[in-house]
Design a binder for this molecule. Structure first.
Ligand SMILES: [Zn+2]
Length: 673
């Protein structure tokens, strides 16, 4: 049978794909691309866009399409076989990527294309070529042979070390369990968390309850467990994942971090940057390391007083010393007391299917698109759904899978990824397809899955990314959808969508009580809305702490002294932390965004884009929130253009001016902002 990973006539054949297909498929594609590229360069002495760039876009698309399910399954199935297949293929892929980026002849060919681009080439074509030329430079194309080889080796080692970092965190999390015999130790835990713990115990033939270190369990304990010792135990488990402070040193990521930081620094210097932070900014909206640092510090200084007051108020309310494992718990209590709101009560109004329907209805009201569930689409798990999205005129635009619930082995967190990018080359259009993945509490024994309001916000967030991926009008995959969009602006569409999850009209459509079917009552919404600011300033300072830590770690790295991970963390905490963490806290050792994801010297992006998103949402509010005209502008100026235009210019085209910081501060309840 032909290798199903190579079949591009349909959606990925998830029921046919298995780990042993991975390496042969990728080897075949890479070999074919090598040959095609050599022919192209030989036979096209005077290349132009259509003869050179279009075929390369085609090749990039083909490879990404075969790799996407592999990367995806490795993350959501977490089986050893998939992980091995992924690890085995990674070097081939990285090597091929570097080989392309370091190909001098190819770079020269792109330079010829650029100089020959007609004035009316249009922003998309121009942008594809400019991005490619920039990336050649960033991958060391101009380096002498020895350094070039070194750069290539660095990329290989980085990819492998980052994968090892992530797998250590996963393994440490999976290995952690806490067995509880006495129900009284679990007082306060919501029923869904208890049911989960009970099921985990049964699965392992144990009596009582078993707490695991997945995010929903951790979050439920931190917010609701009356037992302070239990909260501290979970906190300890969570903040020591991947470190030498946990139960088993074999997952210690310290060495991985040293290697990662050293390799990044060396790579950056090889291609002419002082450090990795500068290298990272070469592809971002922020102009300089100084701009990022002063942005974070300005945000901190505008927020600090309010955050300190909020903590003092919380302290007064709790009438006890507040350790890090107490803060979420007392914030939750404060919410209940002051606004008589509880997450558990709210959860009853948000069955997952109702929320999804309401979200789709919102997309329809804003953008005129319709989303329809498709049956008989092969997937990787029984709980996965597939949806098709259609334009106002009924024309299909693309589709996406949802995989919403936590399960063992699945990577934690929530994210979207591209399955297939949009492509329109030689008159042949391929529609975009994506994956939307969350880790919500799975359905209970009655089959009912209820979301917290936080979950609802998360779902809106990821759906915002998905719209960015799906609504693109760009023909060239390398800059279609989210591709080619500066990393610090990528969270604009997602964080913008979050704001709609705080709007009564929208939430009404997303809610029906699990027992009565009644939508969220206005009085309950008002309480929720009033409680929105609880903890917001503390969360803001925490994000600034992460952002500053990540950015300083990369910008101040000194090869002579090596990575100063814990020293930098302590200094940053000295500067901005409102809540003190104990000595054993090893947050960096499980900081996946920075050491395994794409947020290296880029974690600040969350706050950066939040400023854009809050300011953009102001435009919707000025026009009455669910406003077609504002949405049309947002769609055409931001969502559709991918990486084809300068993002600041695109933003100004949407908003009529540059973004301002005030909207975000007001959203956090900071007075006088
Ligand atoms: Zn996001």
């Amino acid at each position: 049978m032909a290798n199903p990973l190579l079949d591009t006539t349909s959606l990925p054949r998830f029921t046919d794909i298995s780990p042993e297909h991975v390496l042969p498929a990728l080897k075949e594609i890479v070999a074919a691309h090598r040959q095609k590229l050599a022919e192209l360069l030989d036979k096209t002495p005077e290349p132009d866009f259509d003869s050179l760039v279009a075929p390369l876009e085609e090749m990039g698309h083909e490879l990404a399409r075969a790799w996407s399910p592999v990367n995806h399954l490795q993350g959501v199935l977490g089986s050893t076989a998939w992980r091995e297949a992924y690890n085995d293929a990674l070097p081939l892929l990285t090597e091929h990527g570097t080989e392309l980026s370091q190909n001098v002849r190819l770079q020269q060919a792109y330079a010829i294309v650029e100089s020959g681009l007609p004035d009316d080439a249009g922003p998309a074509r121009r942008s594809v070529v400019e991005h490619a030329l920039r990336d050649f430079r960033l991958f060391g194309v101009d380096l002498p042979a020895v350094e070039k080889t070194r750069f290539k080796v660095i990329m290989q080692q980085l990819a492998a070390t980052q994968a090892s970092f992530e797998q250590n965190v996963q393994d440490a999390s999976d290995a952690w369990v806490l067995h509880i015999d006495d129900a009284s130790e679990l007082t306060g835990l919501p029923p869904h968390a208890l049911a989960r713990a009970l099921a985990e115990a049964r699965k392992r033939d144990r009596r009582g309850w078993l707490l695991t270190l997945d995010y929903p369990t951790y979050d439920a304990v931190m917010k609701h467990a009356e037992n302070r010792g239990l909260r501290e135990t979970l906190y300890h488990g969570w903040v020591t994942r991947g470190s030498n402070q946990g139960s088993n040193n074999c997952w210690d990521n310290s060495a991985n971090i040293d290697i990662i930081l050293s390799l990044r620094h060396e790579a950056a210097q090889l291609v002419g940057y002082a450090n990795y932070a500068e290298y990272s900014l070469a592809t971002k909206m922020a102009a300089s390391t100084g701009e990022v640092l002063s942005f974070l510090r300005k945000l901190a200084s505008r927020t600090r007083a309010a955050a300190e007051k909020d903590l003092a108020d919380l302290h007064e309310f709790a009438r006890t010393a507040l350790e890090p494992w107490d803060v979420s718990f007392w914030l939750e209590k404060l919410k209940q007391r002051k606004y008589s709101i509880s997450n558990e009560l709210l959860r009853q109004y948000f069955p997952v299917n109702t929320v999804v329907e309401g979200l789709f209805e919102l997309a329809e009201r804003l953008y005129g698109v319709t989303l329809v569930s498709a049956n008989n689409i092969a997937a990787w798990h029984g709980s996965v759904h597939y949806y098709t999205i259609r334009n106002e005129d009924g024309e299909p635009i693309g589709g996406f899978y949802t995989d919403l619930f936590a399960r063992g082995g699945k990577r934690s967190g929530a994210w979207i990824d591209e399955c297939i990018s949009r492509k329109n080359l030689n008159g042949n259009t391929v529609r975009p397809v994506g994956y939307l993945v969350c880790n919500f509490s799975p359905p209970d024994e009655t089959g009912q899955a209820l979301l917290t309001h936080d979950d609802v916000v998360t779902l809106f967030h990821e759906f915002g990314h998905m719209l960015h991926h799906l609504l693109t009008r760009i023909d060239y995959p390398s800059i279609a959808g989210i591709n080619g969009v500066p990393w610090d602006a990528v969270e604009l569409p997602s964080q913008l969508m979050e704001n709609f999850a705080w709007h009564y009209d929208v939430l009404q459509g997303c809610s029906s009580h699990a027992d009565t079917g009644e939508p969220l009552p206005r009085v309950l919404f008002d309480k929720l809305d009033n409680s929105r600011h609880v903890g917001a300033t503390l969360a803001m300072m925490r994000q600034i702490e992460f952002g500053l830590f990540d950015f300083r770690l990369h910008s101040e790295y000194d090869p002579k002294t090596g990575a100063a991970v814990l020293d930098t963390l302590n200094e940053v905490r000295e500067e901005v932390a409102i809540i003190r963490h104990p000595q054993y806290n090893r947050m960096p050792m499980s900081f996946l965004h920075v050491f395994a994801g794409g947020y290296a010297a880029g974690y600040y992006s969350y706050k950066w884009a939040e400023v854009l998103a809050a300011d953009a949402f102001d435009a919707f509010e000025e026009a009455g929130v669910v406003d077609r005209e504002t949405a049309r502008r947002f769609r055409s100026k931001i969502l559709e253009v991918g990486g084809s235009r300068d993002i600041m210019q695109a933003y100004i085209a949407f908003r009529g001016r540059k973004p301002e910081i005030g909207a975000l501060l007001r959203q956090c309840g900071i007075e006088g902002a």
